[in-house]
Design a protein around this ligand. Sequence first.
Ligand code: UDP
Length: 399
Amino acid sequence: MAGIRDYQAVAGEQLIEEIYELARQLKGCRVQHINSTFTGGGVAEILKRLVPMMQEAGLEVRWDVIKGNEEFFRVTKTFHNAFHGVPVQITPAMLDTYRRISRENYDLVDPRANFVILHDQQPLGLAEIRPGHPGRWLWYCHIDPVDVDREVWDFLSPWARSCDAAIYHIPAYARNLGHRQYIMPPAIDPLAEKNREVTPGEIAAVMERLGIPADLPLVVQISRFDRLKDPLGVVQAFRLVRQEVPCRLVLAGGGASDDPEGIQVLQEVRQEAAHDPDIFILELPPTSDLEINILQRVAAVVVQKSVREGFGLTVTEAMWKSRPVVASPVGGITVQIIHGQTGLAAATTGEMARAVVRILRDPSLAEKLGQNAREHVKKNFILPIYLKRWLELLTAEQS
Ligand code: UDP
């Protein structure tokens, strides 16, 4: 696994020195990250690389996952949808489940942690024990809370409020909780298996194994099978594109252990695709980093047709690979895709189809968008920059 110094080539010497300088002041500081899954989804993706980097910087870092049953994760998935403005039915039994499982996880909290960081809403109930704990508690909201359901917010927000500060990906997400707020978009690891450079031999081997021919341009969306990623809309947009330009579609993704809806959504997508030989629906196991890397690299266009998106790391990953991206202008995607410069924004199925056709027909546009995309990610959304922001935040909170 890459160490901090290995990022010098991509991030520059000065940034690496700044990281070491900040890290010196935080040496030995105990940090505990708590979320709801080790695999699948953006938060796990971030923690997988952030935690070892913080450890290498000299901090004592733990990453723990709350233990819940299927019922609990059905409740938290409903909350997740409710954050994103999906109409939901909340029952007293659901709230009881959330309180009970939260209670069962109180022991997970490190009593000596200087910082307890709760990622998203699933572990937020642990903040019940904040008053008796000596550390500082931070709530890191990775999703878009702007249209959160009132009842769900009234239930969860007292715990968010009892934390010492909150962190959001973009300014528009900030909520008035009466405590300090930080804006910190996440980042990708350019040296990880998912994002590293690959050889033509690796590409050929993976594409052969996946059974995807190379004779037509590929439109690719990588995402968990989640309605908020609108995979059905992607199939519909693709069908419009194919009337204009011959191409194929790849929809690839796996599940997350905290997302019980994935299997059903996958079935809906299969039904919509109806055995179309030009649509490849790939169910990926959690060990598919190289496959994702290669699918993003071989794509003529990467799409992300999300209805809501906390940040959209799949967009960042494709942009890093200099791919032209067409994505919905929602949530964190709006700080990544600057329309016409770092990609194309498309708000509807028709707009997405037209934008994809435009790119497929104009290689110089594809080239320009891809290059700008990579520069944008390099300046803003790569792991060493993210680590530095974390160290600055912890330093500010400590004093
Ligand atoms: N991902 C993965 N396997 C999959 C689907 C997604 O490893 O089958 C990764 C993807 O490459 C990205 C992250 O999970 O790094 C998804 O983060 P994003 O912010 O795009 O969406 P989220 O799943 O958090 O809503």
